[in-house]
Design a protein around this ligand. Structure first.
Ligand code: ATR
Length: 286
């Protein structure tokens, strides 16, 4: 197939990701596969940008005519200071992971939360309406997930965190968006008795701490849906224990793929070739 360029400019699509560190990012492999599958001319490259160079790097997007940039750790919050517009969801979440350049006007989006929800619905829990959800953790990742979750009309969302105060604060901040409460880990037993879905947003169980589990495995109710944002390892201790208890399990790989799919759709206006993207990421992990 003949390669097609960015139809607005006639130029190849220039895309990339900035972070510190950036070496292990799977985004270049995933988006390169997406460009190829769509027959689009362009490139997606990783850029190692330190905090003291972030503002310059963002100005460089305009200067060099990049169409889009993903932003990863540790720049997702600070980058908001250097953009022209910020999508409402990203503003409420307080973090941007995707920048779109429209003729020099930079708009920031957050595709992490909606990416997670889309993958959860496609892979494990098609209907979230009325569901009682327990979210473990209340940091940056939890903000994206809870915000996107509340758009789905859940019955009740409980945020549980090691530092109880932070869970309560987040629940209060977004009380107007849905039924939301915050609690500490010691209050979990009563909540777990009446929950349909558990989502772990903490880093507990992430490589190299494989084997750590954010819940006592006996606390996991039988037959519910359990999701973990972590994708290294693909099956965390939490998911292994949940599987033993007959739960439907969902790993963080889908969130990674779909946050990329939404970003790709913002940049190109085309539907993302999700299966080609997933295949490329899985191949690079083995
Ligand atoms: P992220 O952007 O990945 O969410 P973060 O904003 O630093 O990172 O938030 C990390 C979350 O994981 C927090 O909810 C944190 O709990 P605290 O607020 O009590 O720090 C939680 N977390 C990290 N390590 C943890 C551990 N060992 N046990 C329990 N919770 C942990």
């Amino acid at each position: 197939a003949r390669a097609r360029e960015d139809s607005r400019t006639g130029q190849p699509l220039l895309l990339g990701v900035i972070g510190d560190p950036i070496q292990h990012s799977k985004s270049p492999v995933m988006h390169t596969a997406a460009l190829e599958a769509c027959g689009l001319a362009g490139a997606y490259l990783p850029f190692h940008v330190k905090g003291n160079r972030l503002e310059e790097a963002i100005r460089g997007i305009r200067a060099l005519g990049f169409r889009g940039i993903n932003v990863t750790v540790p720049h997702k919050v600070e980058v908001m200071n250097y953009l022209d517009r910020i999508d409402e969801g990203a503003r409420l979440i307080g973090a941007v992971n995707t920048i779109v350049n429209d003729d020099g006007v930079l708009t920031g989006y957050n595709t992490d939360g909606i990416g997670f929800i889309r993958s959860l619905k496609e892979e494990a829990a098609p209907d979230l309406r009325g569901k009682r959800v327990l979210v473990l953790g209340s940091g940056g990742a939890a903000r994206g997930i809870v915000y996107a979750l509340l758009q789905e009309g859940p019955g009740l969302v409980t945020i549980a965190n090691r530092t109880t105060e932070k869970a309560r604060e987040l629940a209060n901040e977004w009380a107007h968006l849905g039924r939301l409460t915050g609690c500490g880990m010691e209050e979990l037993d009563a909540i777990l008795a009446e929950v349909d879905l558990i989502i772990n947003t903490t880093s507990v169980g992430m490589h190299p701490h494989v084997g750590d589990c954010p819940l006592d495995s006996r606390q996991i109710p039988e037959g519910i849906v359990v999701s973990d944002l972590i994708y290294n390892p693909l099956k965390t201790e939490l998911l292994q224990q949940a599987e033993v208890r007959g739960c439907t399990i969902h790993s963080g790989l889908g969130m990674f793929i779909y946050q990329g799919a939404y970003a790709f759709e913002h940049w190109t206006g085309r539907s993302a070739p999700v299966e080609a993207m997933r295949a490329a990421v899985l191949k690079s992990m083995h």
